[in-house]
Design a protein around this ligand. Structure first.
Ligand code: BGC
Length: 929
């Protein structure tokens, strides 16, 4: 029974009220024709379950319909919002009610009540009606709480230590305060942020389970604060709190060893708001009464690791009885607070744990542990040594040809943990303000045994729910999918980074645009990208240039590059498609427009052929870097992305009903395409760069006249065959190559590329033991040697962009662009590549979508799940004979409509439900067995 979600409220309400409610609701339900198995669940607000710091003026609510019945559509919904969980269920103390709204929207429905104020807590529930004239009971009660909406809500002052010199790379200051609470506490919330990254404690307990908070944003313009419900950590009487701050992204080392990017001084902003049971409020804030000292963290840096001297720990420092007489005073700082914003995306949390797979000595005599997975996170140990002994831990992604520990590709990043023991007993440790990209750990200074009882590693990444699953009958392809997912985990650390190990770890825009669509299939990245895109807008130059990295820590001069800066249009459009989120288009519209404006400004006669571009980064260079058949003209690429960004801007304008812009940019697009054709395409359709990427971009972005497209696709196929069915594209061509092949009827060639095991290909690294996606096609060369260590990451997600094709084409799960967010689904599987089965699932805002096919002796079976309130078009491939669904001829099932044969494929429409299709497959080509 789920009428009240909040356990606290449940307890308070008492069992009798609950029973009463249950009876009332049942009674009410029966009167309204409520079937037992039709209900509403999974209520979220602004993509979160019960968020406690919302700053949207009109928060958006989403819910899922739960039913086993087929063909269920929502026809009406009713939302009610109130001030109290219990009275809400009686329809009392309401702030707002939507009334019964005729609508099939169950995602992103706006709150439409009176303006909400800071800290206001809104309880809400919803019920829906369906096309079978049924109504659900009122849902469980969920809530959202507003954040601090005005600058005046902050009474806290920024505080800093008084230590004078530039201490970047030095010890982490610890701030401490004691306070007395003289009444019984009803609720307490901590609003906190830092210049730096923080870890807070109250009365000896860690506050929350976030790491690297407040996350990375364009700090000077947007600084997130976090909110924690800390009621259970406080007590009546004496209390103490403490916060440690590390350099983090605020002032720690970044690209080219630049430091202090946002400022030199670490600082804390802390506001603890307590409400007593008598309603009285109390505030504990950061101010001059706090004290500060250095402790065991002697230095911390994302690139370099952490130096921790346990002898300098201040045991009990966040307990009230701790003696802080030797601690120093703090100073207050008048830093701005107008940049404070609530946390939109998921925070970084600790995830999978890995135990040693193998502990061994390398040929060079070094003690190394293999954890079996190239992961991003840190080590945790419980080891015993002698007071003052030092253990040093080094992190590496790979071993070299001889089996030795290899760190050259980390460039200047040290990735080292140094720990000094404080006693002769076993000590437990994990780092604080650093993360490493590694699979192997080299241990120096510790001679005792190391095994799964005393050492482990944890992966840390943004807390995105895993929404997608994909697997096939081919283990190598499954490993590729594993590698793509781990590439995403390791590089989604608050911002989408290029790599997590060497001295970069920045939000490179080109990498993010290449991978964003795949990312939406693996995990819920809606909040993650919504937040990052706001930083993109914030850091976009006045002339519309989108910096190479976001947040922009590189030089402030106006810089932009095709295929990189285009993330400004590609990412919002992708998030819109994946989640049906119009607001992200609204939010980014001016930025999208400004980006296209920048290109216009730098073009002559609609041709963009100026500026510095990275081109088709890390394409297959062959034996000769200037290999004509793989090297794509950079200006051709720029022009192609000019058109694509313009197209996406038109799409967004259409959705947002900006008719003038649709017209204006449609005209622009026409001219941009014409300029592309006259500059880069011969009248017969030959591109001036005869490369895979060149044809892929031209075809994917519809840049060629209709009559030249088929032949261009054929040229692409020829090029691929000239390379013995190897891929030669770089970051820009790779995401689209298989899509283009499929679109023009060459899925068999796309499968050839996917299944190729020799270099360059996706499975080549898999065959070489990769557990993540490599930056280069040949990070480890066929002879076992490494690529140039200056640029050889083994955890770079860009080439993982094939994941999108795997979901959308192999298992064929897609959203209809006219009804995005999988409200209308297209299930169009494409067997091939000698696969005997493939299955994928995707948790969408409507519920779980599934497409799973198998081939056995020429019999094709397809299992499909369409969630309630969604519909689907199913395309059954290569049909010869009668198709059955759950044993029945599909023509006899009234829920299956619009049956139509197009070519060899059977198209049909279904509503929600579970379907099981079986038929004999027409053999086509070498790829179906
Ligand atoms: C990064 C790339 C990035 C590129 C731009 C590299 O150093 O690691 O992934 O997109 O620079 O050229």
């Amino acid at each position: 029974m789920n009428y009240i979600a909040e356990t606290g409220a449940l307890k308070k309400a008492g069992l009798s009220i609950v029973i009463l409610l249950f009876i009332c609701c049942r009674g009410f339900a029966q009167a309204q024709n409520v079937p037992v198995n039709f209900r509403v669940d999974n209520l979220i607000c602004e993509y979160k379950i019960n968020p406690i710091a919302v700053d949207a003026a009109n928060p958006r609510m989403s819910w899922k319909l739960i039913t086993q019945d087929r063909n269920i559509q929502q026809t009406y919904y009713e939302i009610r919002v109130g001030t109290n969980a219990v009275s809400l269920t009686k329809g009392k103390d309401l702030i707002w009610t939507s009334g019964k709204v005729p609508s099939d929207e169950s995602a992103h429905v706006y709150y439409g009540g009176p303006m909400l104020t800071s800290r206001e807590k809104c309880y809400w529930q919803v019920r829906v009606w369906n096309n079978k004239n049924q109504v659900t009971p009122w849902s469980m009660v969920n809530f959202w709480k507003m954040g601090l909406l005005k600058q005046e809500d902050w009474s806290a002052k920024w505080i800093q230590d008084n230590y004078q010199s530039d201490t970047t790379g030095g010890p982490s200051p610890m701030f401490r305060k004691t306070f007395k609470l003289d009444r019984k506490i009803r609720a307490a919330h901590l609003y906190i942020t830092a210049h730096g990254v923080f870890e807070a404690q109250i009365n000896g307990k860690r506050v929350g389970n976030d790491y690297f908070a407040p996350g990375w944003t364009s700090y000077n313009k947007r600084l997130q604060y976090q909110v924690y419900d800390v009621t259970s950590l406080l007590r009546r009487g004496e209390n103490a709190t403490g916060v440690t701050i590390g350099d983090g992204w605020y002032r720690g080392y970044t690209y080219n060893r630049k430091k202090n990017v946002y400022g030199k001084k670490l600082a804390l902003l802390y506001q603890l708001e307590i409400v007593y049971t008598n309603g009285k409020r109390e505030l504990i804030t950061s101010d001059k009464s706090w004290k500060v000292a250095y402790g065991p963290i002697r230095s911390s840096s994302f690139f370099d690791g952490e130096v921790y001297d346990a002898r300098k720990e201040k045991s009990g420092w966040t307990e009230p009885l701790y003696k802080d007489a030797t601690w120093d005073t703090v100073k207050t700082d008048e830093s701005i607070k107008s940049n404070l914003i609530t946390t939109i995306g998921p925070t970084v949390k600790k995830h999978e744990k890995f135990l040693p797979l193998k502990v061994f000595t390398t040929p060079a005599g070094e003690k190394v542990i293999d954890f079996g997975q190239n992961l991003v996170g840190w080590v945790q140990f419980k080891l015993k040594a002698k007071t003052g002994d030092t253990i040093r831990l080094f992190h590496a992604e790979v071993l070299d040809q001889k089996g030795n520990f290899y760190t050259k590709n980390l460039r200047t990043a040290k990735q080292e943990i140094t720990y000094v023991f404080k006693s002769d007993s076993a000590e437990t440790y994990e780092p604080h303000f650093t993360f490493q990209g590694f699979r192997y750990l080299k241990v120096v200074g510790y001679s005792g045994p190391l095994d799964s009882t005393n050492i482990a590693t944890y992966a840390l990444y943004s807390d995105m729910a895993q929404t997608g699953k994909f697997s096939t009958s081919n283990p190598l392809v499954n490993q590729l999918q594993h590698n793509i997912q781990w590439g995403q985990k390791g590089n989604f650390i608050d911002v989408p980074t290029d790599c997590p190990q060497r001295d970069e770890r920045m939000g490179w825009t080109g990498d993010a645009q290449a991978f964003v669509r795949t990312a939406t299939f693996n995990m819920d990245v809606a909040g993650f990208f919504t937040k990052w895109l706001k930083d993109l807008s914030a850091d976009q130059h006045r002339d519309g240039a989108v910096p190479y990295v976001i947040p922009n820590v590189l030089d402030s001069v106006s810089s932009a590059a095709s295929g990189w800066s285009d993330v400004a249009t590609i990412a919002p459009w992708t998030i819109y498609l994946a989640y049906g989120d119009k607001q992200v288009l609204q939010q980014q519209y001016e930025s999208m427009k400004a980006w296209v404006g920048y290109i216009q400004l730098h073009s002559r006669n609609y041709l963009w052929d100026t500026g510095n571009h990275f081109g088709d980064w890390l394409f297959y260079a062959g034996t000769n870097y200037e290999d004509g058949a793989a090297l794509t003209d950079k200006n051709l690429i720029a022009q192609a992305f000019y058109a694509y960004s313009t197209q996406l801007l038109i799409n967004a304008a259409r959705i947002l009903k900006r008719g003038d812009d649709v017209q204006k940019y449609t005209q622009l697009l026409y001219n941009v395409k014409k300029a592309f054709q006259s500059e880069y395409v011969t009248p017969n359709g030959r591109m001036i760069s005869g490369t895979q990427t060149s044809y892929v971009l031209a075809l994917n972005f519809d840049l060629l006249p209709e009559n030249l497209r088929e032949s261009a696709a054929k040229r692409l196929v020829n090029n691929i065959q000239d390379y013995d069915e190897h891929i030669t594209t770089g970051f820009l061509g790779t995401p689209y190559i298989c899509h283009v092949l499929s679109r023009f009827g060459h899925t068999d060639i796309a499968y050839d590329l996917l299944m190729k095991e020799s270099y360059p290909s996706w499975l080549y690294p898999v065959k070489h033991g990769a557990t993540t996606i490599w930056e280069r096609w040949d990070g480890i060369k066929p002879d076992g040697s490494f690529e140039d260590p200056g640029m050889n990451s083994f955890n770079h997600y860009a080439y993982g962009a094939i994941g999108d094709w795997m979901y959308r084409v192999i298992t064929g799960i897609n959203t209809d662009e006219n009804s995005p967010g999988f409200h209308r689904i297209i299930i169009s599987p494409h067997p091939g590549g000698k696969l005997t089965s493939a299955q994928a699932e995707l948790e969408t805002l409507y519920g779980r979508v599934k497409s799973a096919w198998s081939i056995d002796n020429g019999i094709f079976t397809l299992d499909v799940i369409v969630p309630p309130n969604a519909t689907a078009e199913i395309v059954l491939p290569s049909v010869t004979d009668q198709i059955t669904e759950n044993g029945l001829d599909i023509n006899t099932e009234k829920e299956i409509t619009g049956i139509q044969k197009i070519g060899n494929d059977e198209h049909l429409n279904v509503g929600s439900g579970t379907y099981h299709f079986v038929y004999t497959l027409k053999t086509f080509g070498k790829h179906v067995n």
